[in-house]
Design a binder for this molecule. Structure first.
Ligand code: 3PG
Length: 306
């Protein structure tokens, strides 16, 4: 009997967990559930006999992988797999997958929610602005950005995008694609970041780019803190006193924000972009189906360490 583990420090909604467990039950697999664990040792203990594992932002590093001699597949129920040591997984012959697109609407709705919250002065009662007629700059054009674009259009926003990899798609969808990131930041009232924490995207939100922002621009980050150069972010917050930063990921420099930029920022208490029943169900069910298809048919469609 195949043994699979669902290891989620931040658990799926119960309705999603129920459906995931049912998929494995029907496949005849044994399922272990490790939720809200408080130490890495608990994960190491639980993964020892697992052949497949579903995680969210849980850290699957070398130590965890080395503790799992039976492991064949790790599926990150979500988009970003920067929490998984993909190189070590490859060395050990472990297949790593994600579930692209499955939680993207939830994250997009949060991005728009943060944009509204920011432009309405954090619902403080102070006179704010409206999204209609404003220019939204999409930094990156993956699944989340595509949903943000769809919703922003309904608000009457003009959208622009800078993307290296999805340019043909963006153009075919009628989007205005800028020639550079600088051009995007210069033209936008609100910038929404949608790039993964990989390669050239790391610290790509940097001073040379942010210096082009309008004095009262809003930056929305529902991606990862690693894509922002935080020293440069602090510098631009100092230089342009109307800039606001709203993020689903608390930056390392949060204390400085608290001290210096009251009324100009918001950080969610915990990363919650994908924290909806729908997103949990879509991503979790996809992850479970991918594991079953991998074991039963050798299907590697969503493998990221090819
Ligand atoms: C993702 O990469 O899919 C999102 O950041 C959601 O992450 P989470 O599953 O930890 O909420």
């Amino acid at each position: 009997m195949k043994r699979v583990l669902i290891a989620t420090d931040k658990p799926f909604a119960p309705v999603a967990t129920g459906q995931i467990v049912e998929i494995f039950r029907q496949a005849g697999y044994q399922v272990d559930l490790l939720e809200k664990y408080t130490s890495k040792n608990q994960l190491i203990e639980a993964i020892k006999s697992a052949e497949g594992v579903i995680v969210r932002s849980d850290i699957i590093d070398r130590e965890v992988l080395e503790a799992a001699p039976e492991l064949k597949i790790v599926v990150r129920a979500g988009a970003g797999y920067d929490n998984i040591d993909v190189l070590t997984a490859s060395e050990r012959g472990v297949c790593v997958m994600n579930t692209p697109g499955q939680n993207s609407n939830a994250v997009a709705e949060l991005a728009i929610g943060l944009a509204l919250y920011g432009i309405r002065e954090f619902f403080s009662g102070k006179s704010g602005g409206e999204l209609r007629g404003r220019t939204l700059g999409l930094h990156g054009y993956g699944y989340v950005a595509r949903n943000v674009n769809r919703i922003a259009k309904a608000f009457g926003m003009k959208t622009l995008v800078f993307t290296r990899y999805s340019k043909p798609q963006a153009i075919s969808e009628g989007l205005d694609v800028t020639n550079s990131l600088e051009e995007l930041y210069e033209a936008s009232d609100i910038v929404s970041i949608h790039v993964p924490a990989r390669g050239e995207h790391i610290k790509s939100v940097s001073y040379p780019v942010m210096k082009y922002l309008k004095d009262n621009a809003i930056i929305i980050n529902t991606a990862r803190k690693e894509v922002v150069n935080e020293d440069d972010l602090l510098r631009i917050m100092d230089e342009k006193k109307g800039i606001k930063y709203l993020s689903d990921i608390t930056p390392d420099c949060a204390a400085e924000f608290e001290q210096k930029y009251q009324g100009r920022f918001y950080f969610t208490p915990k990363k919650l972009g994908a924290q909806t029943e729908e997103a949990n169900t879509n991503a979790g069910v996809a992850a479970a189906e991918q594991i079953v298809a991998f074991f039963e048919k050798g299907d590697r469609t969503f493998m990221v360490n090819k």
